[in-house]
Design a protein around this ligand. Structure first.
Ligand SMILES: CC(C)(COP(=O)(O)OP(=O)(O)OC[C@H]1O[C@@H](n2cnc3c(N)ncnc32)[C@H](O)[C@@H]1OP(=O)(O)O)[C@@H](O)C(=O)NCCC(=O)NCCS
Length: 140
């Protein structure tokens, strides 16, 4: 299926729309977060219209998001939770596209948190200070 991507930027967010015949059928949102320890991006939403699911569109949208954070050279994070998909499928979906569960890195953090490190961004970017930020902001 032929789809095109529209990218909408504000000063602190980026929305990716996947369009078919000029209508959006899927989207993802990145929130750009400034933090003294490390600027980063949060993938706050990814959504494919139900009748278009299971055809690789979510993967394409996620790869667009990966490409954007790679261009920005920022580490990215997300909280994997869906009322519509089993958790193991959701985690596998992200893992297949280069995302890693944070609990492999930070002892005690809920397994729903995942990160994506673009090439060239060092793991040091996920500093203890930043870990503290995640803990305080999300109460984990
Ligand atoms: C998660 C979501 C974006 C995936 O979009 P998609 O277009 O269906 O994704 P893809 O077609 O690229 O497939 C992703 C993988 O999930 C699997 N999958 C998707 N829906 C599935 C389902 N209901 N049951 C089993 N597997 C499923 C696919 O088989 C595929 O795995 P594979 O590559 O190993 O075969 C979409 O299901 C969605 O919008 N869900 C509702 C919103 C949501 O839960 N967002 C995530 C919030 S963290």
């Amino acid at each position: 299926m032929e789809i095109s991507f529209d990218i909408h930027r504000t000063c602190n967010s980026i929305k990716i729309d996947a369009c078919r015949n000029k209508r959006s059928i899927a989207f993802a949102k990145l929130f750009l977060h400034e933090h003294p320890a490390q600027n980063c991006a949060w993938l706050t939403e990814i959504y494919v219209s139900p009748k278009f699911r299971g055809r690789g569109i979510g993967s394409k949208v996620l790869l667009q998001a990966n490409g954007i954070v790679s261009d920005l050279a920022l580490p990215a994070f997300l909280y994997a939770h869906s009322s519509e998909l089993p958790q193991r499928i959701l985690l596998r979906f992200y893992a297949k596209h280069g995302w890693t569960q944070l609990n492999n890195l930070f002892y005690g953090v809920k397994p729903n948190y995942m990160y994506y490190l673009p090439e060239g961004v060092q793991k040091d970017a996920l500093s203890p200070v930043f870990q503290g930020f995640i803990r305080s902001m999300y109460n984990v």
